[in-house]
Write a new protein. Sequence first.
Length: 755
Amino acid sequence: MRLWLLDLASEQAGGPVIALWMKAGDGVTWLAKVRYTPSFYLVGDLDRAAGLLEAENLRFERCSRRIRGKPVEALRVYVDREDLEDYVEKLLRKMPGLEACEHDIRVTVKYLIDLGLRPCSWLEVDGVEVGVEDGVRVLECREIRESSEAPPPALRAVALDLVVFGEKGSPRAERDPIRLITLHFDDGRRVQLEGDEAEIIKSFISIMREHDPDIVVGFGLNRFQWSYLGERAKRLGIRLAVGRLGAEPRMSVHGHVSIRGRLNIDLEDMARDIPELTVETLEEFVKYLGIDVRLDTIEEYELGDFWEHDRMKVREYSAQRAEAILKAFNAVREFILSLSELTGMPADYVLTASAGFRVESYLMRLAPRTGELIPRRTEIAHISYPGGLVKEPIRGIHEDVAVLDFRSMYPSLIIKYNISFDTLSDDGENIAPSGHRFRARPEGFLPSALKTLLEERRRIQEKLRAAASGSVEAKILDARQRAVKIIANAIYGYTGWSGARWYSREVAEATTAWGREVIASTIRKAEELGMKVIYSDTDSVFLKNYHGKLEKLIEWIEMELGLEAKLEKVFKRIIFTEAKKRYAGMTIGGEIEVVGLEAVRGDWSGIAREAQYETVKALLETGDPAQALKRAREYVQALRGRQVDLKKLIIWKQITRPLSEYSATQPHVVVAKQLMSEGWRIQPGDKVGFIITAGSGPLYSRAKPYFKVSKDEVDWEYYVEKQVAAACGRILEAVGIKVEKILESGERTLIDFFS
DNA sequence: TTTAGGCATTCAGAATGAGTCTT
DNA sequence: AAGACTCATTCTGAATGCCT
């Protein structure tokens, strides 16, 4: 029977049993159960170990494996229990001098690795149906193996949104009831539950059981909504039996909430690791995906009022959110399933897991291929090392500048020089500028992983070109190639992460050292060819006077460096301040691109960002500093005339740690403390919005929560000088205009004549 | 349960220094 | 004349969020 693996869990029944939740092509849900005995490895004095294991009555076998490429003799020990880690730790205390590995891997993960199975893929399952439980067909599994690739089966999804609020401050589960539950199923059914809280929670549970969705999707489910629902249900004496076979949600790994038999997918986790999003809200996420859906915003502090005076608006608000969540999910569904399949992590927590764990999960599945043992996770002190090379930009305006980028520089270097933890060797023939040496062959673990990924991506992209654009197949392929790219690009960073199982500072250090050498020699060659290098950062060079020479440089990079570089874009005009990593340009298409400057930073006021953007735009479009100055002055005038919306004065800053851990007094922290004392919940990751008000004393004493400030309290001069003039001044100074010029009014006054 | 390092920038608060007053 | 005090300036570290 061909079944698609939705999720899995382990159970204890006189030894571990793996419960595989699967979907058939016809939409039927199957639960396949299979007995499984996990194992771990011992290395060291094996003869002594063997004696001890026999005394413990454990089954084991001798085998040859590798540790970081070095062949070792090991004992593979089978232990019929779920709590492998604790058990082995205890065992090790009786066997000093022996090392264990692969005992600190969860049983479900071990199972998938051992059998070479992946979630979100089709499997061939042999077994006997032993009954139907709660609509689920249960299978006693005999054999299970990979099956051929095919699109996923139809899956039923439901979007969930809750409305809760506090009379004062954030809602608290011990006090504030759930007011509204909105469910939006992907077959179009919509439900809004409102009224007596016990009743609506019960209805929610029965609707979940009746419609039996495979996927529950929401925004903020893991962080907030499930625990709130759980707490409220508990207080009302209701079992929140929304999982299959009547299970309740439970906290799982990576800060994820698990619901038995269903995928619980929180799009907030996905929003959080999209770098383009500076504010991780549903509104921004939906906008980023380019989804056309109406979303009225109600701020948290307004919810209570609207509930009292305009309840229709709240219902509409929640309905819109649920619809947006469902639409967003449909847009990213294939990506999530692909990432799950590729990394081997179940789809409901692959989003919650950070980049490092995703890479690691991918690598762990490759380890058995070469007999590489999976190292245990250890805590190692973090030592930093040199990274990419950044060349000081040439200040001012430049015309006609080409940007040349290396294509996946670090992955290419890792492959080219066979950089890997298992090829690192004092007699290696590839010698990095950092002095580290790597053997040229056999192919290392990381280069092999990267080659596989890059080839896979090329293969998918080829198929993608053949597929009809906009088709389901094209969508799936595109999602998959993006998943592959993400993992490939994260491998270098993984090797420098001290928490990684395969942490190798040598690998990371050698990679960046070769990278610096490559970019430095490229700069030299470009100059030799008569080009002028305006700026360079890590794997890109900005070139002037490139016509007729660029091709030669690209060819040289290919022939001499064995790497690939590509003309990324051409700026008709570009401006650099003296600062690195900050510039703005206009492409030949007429598009304005601002990089690193205040205009793209989330911790500057809207007015400063807008003013700087407009100043830059005027400068780039006309090439005339006077026009830019004029534009900047308009914003100063507007502020001084108090003609600016309060919203544009809000400065947002993130709370990055518990408030008590701050050593410096800062405006947003002071405001956060104040809000907290008023009953608002503020956690690391939250953004606090404040406005600077007039008065004396340090800034932090004049910062107020944005929703409490009126126009006559504002310190307008602060916004003129420290926000707008500071941001615009940076641009204008680069073209020889002094900041003070912005603060003067356009017309000359009497005072000008006297000074 | 945090992939890496490089970088600019702001603000608070300490350190420094010049100038003035007091003893 | 030496020391105490005030006020302005300079320097340093903490913190944030960007770039590749």
